[in-house]
Design a protein around this ligand. Structure first.
Ligand SMILES: Nc1nc2c(c(=O)[nH]1)N[C@H]1C(S)=C(S)[C@@H](COP(=O)(O)OP(=O)(O)OC[C@H]3O[C@@H](n4cnc5c(=O)[nH]c(N)nc54)[C@H](O)[C@@H]3O)O[C@H]1N2
Ligand SMILES: Nc1nc2c(c(=O)[nH]1)N[C@H]1C(S)=C(S)[C@@H](COP(=O)(O)OP(=O)(O)OC[C@H]3O[C@@H](n4cnc5c(=O)[nH]c(N)nc54)[C@H](O)[C@@H]3O)O[C@H]1N2
Ligand SMILES: [Mo]
Length: 655
């Protein structure tokens, strides 16, 4: 069952994207505008620690912020958040989870009491219906997609909901192509149709949920035809999805950034969760909700407390008993308020409330929306320390650069995937040059700032984490190896829990076992950056199979598949603007402009354009995107900007 993969440029000559080489020595800069010079570890660490101390002592703990690495291990993330809370005394710690699935965590927590995806990968193979909503898993989650394909082979039906007819949609029985930013009307129309057809699971709703009546009133105006008008999806296709989802014995609703990267991402997530509550497709084997996480350990980073509102084990900072437990355990005082998230931290750089950042394995100079503004803000910092495996654009702005090991092959530890499975990673090769392990570097800095932590190895960190996180208590390294990974929650060293969450909702009296599931009352709210005569095209941004995020890690290998950036247009728009394939055009938004060659994609509808974020050194797509963000989760609206394209002047021919 092979399908066509739309890899733009796959027949072109290779163009060389920027190549990154591994960092092998620490670098320091003597003046803000000066050049980097190589430094000894001792000098670089002293400079890094002195800068943090000076900012903390002059402006207070909250002038410091930590960006933690979603590619590094759980152990590293545990140590990074401990450094932030114990050494620097603030809860300002976050990671790239903010730019992708923070709305999923917020929405799932509000509705169900836990931010984790509810099912396991294996359940996708035995379910009856798979809905991929705003997710191009064929490109972005190829391992998960193998499970999807097995599910299809076993007889599952698949629906895809994406404005673009993606490579994922090519495998679906039905593709629904809504206008960007219209998922709430679409989901509400599905919900209304289920209710009006008598297909809602009344027994489940009554026993296990709250808020149904308000929900039914909220979706009532969204008739199939009202939704068709706003979303552009034919009424019949919406009806078909509603009936397929409600009548399936078991169903998996999977979503990713097409849902979350909006200024109302958390509301979008709630709209999808509502459908599972309406039909009882959660809390049972084979039925569940799966936000597919983007980075190898972005789930684990949050679980380890590298987020501003949770201690390790997703325990709430605001709960006094929990705070006391950690204060006693770490012998410290924890501020009784949430820290700044990544988005807040960038705003606090603008106002100079944030003065020092320790950035470990993140490249926000290129990954933040409205990148020019992000770079300006990073430049305002008194002290920026970047710890990475490559000299990124963010590292180029730093005062001190610390060369780290690559978590996935040069260190020991664990990572946690989207199905909450904690797995071991093992050191297989030695790091280049003088590069050192992330954990060791953080502990050295803690030592210079007066905190002598005696972690002999990654397992010692893990055992400390286990002792404070009930969800992880039962996962010793020995058991993790024995079971080839274990899903959380795992509170006992004797048992393995079921592969899915929220089984309580199917008990006779769910409220005795935990919170009831809450319908979310959310309204349609179109994208902030409106299209008009001046900016007539809707730009959505995302990924291709052959490259990774800001291109730092995928830029260094030669691949005939990876051709650089394009602005992808529908055949109709290419004709309307009189541009040809490969022609370089100017792409402008209300924030900035770039020049990129054209690629024509028949999977795009007129009015919709697509670019990736993979080649910012050649084409800085985030110069175009809008920084409008979700007030609950802080995630930016990467998926909806307004642009125009302009033909470039033809160069004068020299005689
Ligand atoms: N090859 C590769 N794999 C990756 C990555 C990579 O860079 N390259 N990055 C990783 C990371 S960090 C993440 S978070 C994941 C992301 O994984 P995905 O979320 O699957 O990837 P995206 O391409 O960003 O967005 C998914 C889809 O959302 C659609 N979309 C846009 N706007 C809307 C909308 O309004 N509604 C709906 N329903 N859909 C919309 C887009 O057309 C796109 O096809 O991928 C991970 N995996
Ligand atoms: N336009 C647009 N922009 C987007 C998105 C979009 O869809 N559209 N998506 C957003 C999303 S979902 C995400 S997750 C972000 C990603 O944004 P970032 O996380 O800022 O980007 P990456 O390129 O993944 O950067 C990862 C860095 O980690 C380093 N690294 C890797 N392993 C290790 C390690 O073990 N230790 C250390 N110390 N460093 C390591 C790499 O060298 C690299 O510099 O981008 C966001 N930006
Ligand atoms: Mo992501």
């Amino acid at each position: 069952m092979r399908k066509r993969d739309r890899t733009p440029g796959a027949s072109r000559d290779p163009r060389g994207p920027r190549q990154y080489t591994r960092l092998t020595t620490p670098l320091v800069r003597d003046t803000k505008d000066g050049e980097f010079r190589r430094a000894s570890w001792e000098e670089a660490l002293t400079r890094a620690a002195d800068g943090f101390r000076a900012v903390r002592d002059t402006y207070g703990p909250d002038a410091f912020g930590m960006f933690s690495c979603a590619r590094a291990t759980n152990e590293m993330n545990y140590v990074a958040q401990k450094f932030t809370r114990v050494v620097m005394g603030t809860n300002n710690v976050d990671s790239c989870n903010r730019t992708c699935h923070a709305p999923s965590v917020a929405g799932l927590t509000a509705a169900l009491g836990s931010g984790g995806g509810t099912s396991s990968y294996q359940e996708v193979e035995t379910t009856d219906l798979i809905v991929m909503w705003g997710s191009n898993a064929r490109f972005a989650h190829p391992i998960f997609f193998q499970h999807v394909l097995r599910g299809i082979r076993n007889g599952a039906r698949m629906y895809a909901v994406d404005p673009r007819r993606t490579s994922t949609a090519e495998w679906a029985e039905s593709w629904l192509g809504p206008n960007v930013g219209t998922d709430i009307p679409l989901a509400h129309a599905v919900g209304r149709e289920i209710i009006h057809s008598g297909l809602a699971n009344r027994a489940f709703i009554e026993r296990a949920t709250t808020g149904f009546d308000a929900y039914a009133a909220e979706v009532e105006p969204w008739t199939l035809s009202a939704a068709e008008q706003v979303t552009g999806v034919p009424a019949e296709a919406i009806r078909d999805l509603a009936h397929a989802y409600a009548t399936a014995e078991r169903a998996q609703l999977c979503w990713t950034l097409g849902i979350t990267e909006h200024h109302n991402g958390t509301d979008n997530v709630r709209a999808l969760i509502n459908l599972a509550l309406l039909t009882g497709h959660v809390g049972r084997h084979g039925s569940g909700l799966q936000p597919l996480r983007g980075q190898n350990n972005v789930q684990g980073g949050g679980d380890m407390g590298a987020i501003p509102n949770r201690f390790p084990g997703f325990q709430d900072i605001l709960d006094p008993a929990t705070r006391e437990k950690f204060e006693t355990f770490w012998d410290t005082t924890i501020q009784p308020r949430y820290g700044l998230n990544l988005t807040d931290m960038f705003e606090a750089m603008e106002s100079r409330e944030l003065r020092a950042v320790y950035c470990i394995g993140e490249n926000p100079a290129q990954s933040e929306a409205d990148s020019e503004q992000a770079v300006e803000r990073l430049r305002r910092l008194d002290h920026l320390v970047v710890q990475d495996i490559f000299l990124t654009k963010t590292a180029e702005l730093a005062d001190v650069v610390l060369p780290a090991t690559a978590a996935w092959c040069e260190t020991d530890g664990t990572t946690t995937n989207s199905e909450r499975r904690v797995q071991r990673v093992r050191k297989a090769v030695s790091p280049p040059g003088e590069a050192r392990e992330d954990i060791d570097i953080i502990c050295e800095l803690a030592g210079l700032l007066g905190h002598d932590w005696k972690f002999t190895d990654a397992e010692a960190v893990w055992d400390e984490l286990r002792s404070v996180s009930p969800d992880h208590f039962g996962m010793t390294y020995e058991r993790l190896a024995e079971h080839q990974g274990i899903q959380w929650p795992c509170p006992s060293t004797e048992r393995i829990e079921p592969s899915f969450l929220h089984g309580r909702l199917w008990e006779r009296e769910p409220a005795r076992h935990g919170p009831l599931a809450a319908f979310g009352i959310v309204h349609h709210d179109p994208p902030v950056d409106l299209t008009d005569e001046e900016f007539p095209l809707r730009l959505t941004t995302g990924r291709r199979l052959d490259s990774y995020n800001t291109g730092v890690q995928s830029g260094s290998f030669a691949s005939p598949l990876r051709r650089g950036e394009y602005v992808e247009l529908s055949p109709e728009d290419a004709a309307r603007f009189d541009v040809a394939p490969e022609e370089k055009v100017r792409v402008a938004s209300r924030r900035g402009e770039v020049v990129a060659p054209v690629w024509i994609d028949p999977g795009l509808r007129p009015g919709l354009a697509f670019m990736t974020m993979h080649f910012p050194d050649e084409v800085d797509t985030n110069a175009l995107t809008i920084e409008a963000n979700c007030p609950i989760a802080g995630t930016a609206e990467f998926k909806a900007s307004a642009i125009r394209i302009e033909k470039l002047p033809v160069p004068a021919v020299r005689s």
